[in-house]
Ligand binder design. Structure first.
Ligand code: ADP
Ligand code: MG
Length: 297
């Protein structure tokens, strides 16, 4: 378990983190999401003991510092050396040597899908391959807690797939993962928990399922030629959404049925009539009144 208590960080006059408090249970995949400059990387560096001067407390309950693997946002590898030598270097830092070291290097290179390229110099690798190697390096000592800072930014789809496979495998092994991203879909599909961070504050956090239930209601998506003013006159409460309307309802099945009847009566087959399951995106919108995607442009 990891306990973060009232952690604040200033760089000169920039307040990067404002009294962050979070508990990260053991064995979960914990997502950290927020716009650029919101303090995500700073928090990861504090947890990883890279930044040592800050206010507040970080407690790794029942774990030693060496049981931690940190994959920085900016790739750090020796470009002129081979993949294998880079990994050996990291392994040695963690105290591995001899046959144990060689075995770990082979296993880890296989895990990240780079065994065939073991003796090639890093300089010849694509961005995605470098990223995978960087992840492998941080996993050499089989850490219990793994921190990944935006590991899929700028990588090709194949490497992205690999990275997801690696993370899913780490999850199966019961490791604790902190996954930083600004891709809502990634967090939603990989993580059990999420914390939304904005301007150095945790806006909300918790189990993803629970947040979805709490903040975003199930509604009905309706796209048809029936004018919005007809829907208004029938008392529907809706917002426009992707070419149609999202209708708020406490009885979605009844609403689906009513809209089907209305369409029949008007002899208009709707383009779409479906249940709308809330997404993490909707929760973020509810909390901040903004779309994360817009903030990133
Ligand atoms: P994120 O990872 O969410 O993009 P960061 O933690 O990198 O956010 O940055 C948070 C804030 O702190 C930003 O305003 C950033 O400009 C500032 N910052 C980050 N690192 C430094 C640094 N080494 N020196 C000065 N300011 C920094
Ligand atoms: Mg960052």
């Amino acid at each position: 378990m990891l306990k973060i208590e009232n952690v604040s960080k200033k760089y000169g006059t920039t307040q990067a983190l404002k009294s962050i408090t979070l508990t990260i249970p053991e064995g979960v995949c914990y997502g950290l999401i927020g716009p650029n400059g919101s303090g995500k990387s700073t928090l990861m560096k504090i947890i990883s003991h890279i930044i040592k001067s800050y206010e507040g407390r970080v407690e790794h309950v029942g774990e030693s510092k060496s049981a931690l693997g940190y994959i920085p946002q900016d790739i750090s590898l020796e470009e002129k050396l081979t993949a294998k030598v880079n990994m050996e270097f990291f392994g040695q830092i963690y105290g591995l040597k001899g046959k144990t070291l060689e075995e770990r290097v082979e296993k880890t290179l296989k895990d990240v899908g780079l065994w065939e390229r073991a003796n090639d110099i890093v300089e010849s690798f694509s961005g995605g391959m470098k990223r995978r190697l960087n992840i492998g390096c941080a996993l050499m000592h089989a850490p219990k807690l793994i921190l990944l800072d935006e590991p899929t930014v700028g990588v090709d789809p194949q490497s992205r797939r690999y990275i997801f496979d690696i993370i899913n495998k780490l999850k199966e092994e019961g490791r604790t993962i902190i996954y930083v991203s600004h891709y809502m879909e990634e967090i939603e599909s990989l993580c059990d928990y999420v914390a939304f961070i904005d301007k150095g504050n945790i806006v909300e956090e918790g189990k993803i399922d629970e947040l979805l239930n709490r903040y975003a209601e199930t509604s009905v998506f309706f796209e048809s030629m029936i004018p919005n003013k007809t829907l208004t006159s029938l008392g529907y409460d809706f917002v426009t959404h992707q070419g149609g309307v999202l209708i708020k309802t406490t009885k979605p099945l009844d609403t689906l049925e009513d809209l089907a009847k209305l369409s029949k009566k008007e002899s208009l087959v709707p383009q779409q009539l479906s249940l709308y399951r809330p997404r993490l995106e909707d929760v973020f919108f509810q909390l901040t009144g903004t779309d994360l995607r817009d903030q990133l442009q």
